[in-house]
Design a protein around this ligand. Structure first.
Ligand code: THU
Length: 165
């Protein structure tokens, strides 16, 4: 038996401390919460993805009366990015959440399925995707989506996987 520790690294920022291109991305994600279709949860999520050529692709959560048919803002955005610009890597994605009349004080945290999708696109383009989680009190930046999902399932897992450590 051997115990291992899986650790991750993130950086906390005040909104005005974020690097300029991330500040812009956060502004876009915040704006996108206005386009959320969330009549059931009333939890409005906006996302903005920065592609490697500088293009910004935006999306929001889209709900449905058949609840599982809805989709999170992150996946709406990334699927749109990859279907419209399949050759461009996503350098960064920002996420903002608005509920009860205000942006959440703490950063919104992507669900497991969205983390999995982010990692797929990181692997596809062999480029890290920074994840910027906006919170009104502070934002958190992960340098890579992989930092949000240790021991994830990815293409190599279908062929025995790669060594953990
Ligand atoms: N949601 C997102 O869009 N992104 C997340 O990371 C977490 C949750 C959405 C899904 C649903 O429309 C609403 O927020 C409540 O779960």
């Amino acid at each position: 038996m051997k115990e291992i520790t899986l650790s991750t690294k993130a950086t906390l920022y005040q909104e005005n401390e974020l690097p300029a291109e991330y500040q812009q991305l956060v502004q876009e994600a915040k704006h996108q919460t206005n386009h959320s279709y969330s009549p059931y949860s009333h939890f409005q999520v906006g996302a903005a993805a920065l592609l490697e050529d500088g293009t910004i692709v935006k999306g929001s959560n889209q709900e449905n009366a058949a609840y599982p048919s809805g989709l999170c803002a992150e996946r709406t955005t990334l699927f749109y990015a990859n279907s419209t610009y399949p050759h461009l890597a996503v350098k960064a994605i920002a996420i903002a959440c608005y509920t009860d009349g205000a942006f959440t004080p703490q950063p919104g945290s992507p669900c497991g399925a969205c983390r999995q999708v982010m990692i797929e696109f990181e692997h596809l383009h062999k480029q890290k995707m920074a994840v910027i989680l906006y919170g009104a009190e502070h934002s958190v930046v992960f340098e890579s989506a992989a930092d949000l999902l240790p021991m994830c399932f990815f293409a190599e897992s279908l062929h025995g996987g790669s060594e953990l450590i």
